[in-house]
Design a binder for this molecule. Sequence first.
Ligand code: PAF
Length: 282
Amino acid sequence: MKVIRTVSELTDQLGRLREKGQTIGLVPTMGALHAGHLSLMTRARAENDVVVASVFVNPTQFNNPDDLRTYPRTEEADCRLLEQAGVDFAFIPTVEEIYPEPDTRVFDLGPVAEVMEGAMRPGHFNGVAQIVSKLFAWTRPTRAYFGEKDFQQIAVIRRMASLEGFDIDIVSCPIKREDDGLALSSRNTRLTPQQRAIAPAIHRILTESLGWAKSMTVDEVKKRVTEEIDAVDGLRTEYYEIVDHLTMQPVSDWSATELPVGCITVYCGDVRLIDNIKYTNR
Ligand code: PAF
């Protein structure tokens, strides 16, 4: 595996391979890699000639300076994992390399970016669009891989790609979970042992809600999920929305969408955990 630190080296190396007709799979990450990321690498490895992973904690998508400061940074361990996963190029730039001058672009991301994470974290999705659009432009991948834990992010990236005219297959990959159901996240390392013990209640309650959805309305399910999670000492729901899987707009009726997806954010102490569930059984 080759570690690349500059944009010019990245575009040179990939340009040569693209000229030879090689397909390129891109896996953008912010590092602190876990098995969820590795499943994206494995899929990219299976579907492309060349695999590029980026490791960059993107400051423009953090609306909370403490979150940016405390975000785990584990470059050595990340490189070992990327190598084991068969990645060809690890792009690990500095902030100055990515943003030699401030990125002032404002993307017209529309309604997909206005709800849920977009409402709670102003500017977050614009920052995601800034970095991902740069990575797409420099890498020009055939396919790019994103995890469904950040379900809304995938919709936002599809919107950005369509606005910018990127002809890239955006591949969404299923959530990876611990054995007890907790969705894998780089933020899980910040949980204390006590918090780690209660956090799986999020997925447990969401899974139970699949049964409730057979007899309850959307609003009733939202209320019950929120109440049950908030009843766990140490968990606090920030929002629970049931949305259309493509538009991210909240639905008030199960039949108003082909696939309702429940998207949740829960504070476990000061750690913000997100998860989601598909109501496919209705
Ligand atoms: O999902 C993430 O880790 C980040 O938002 C991404 C897509 C790598 C952009 O910084």
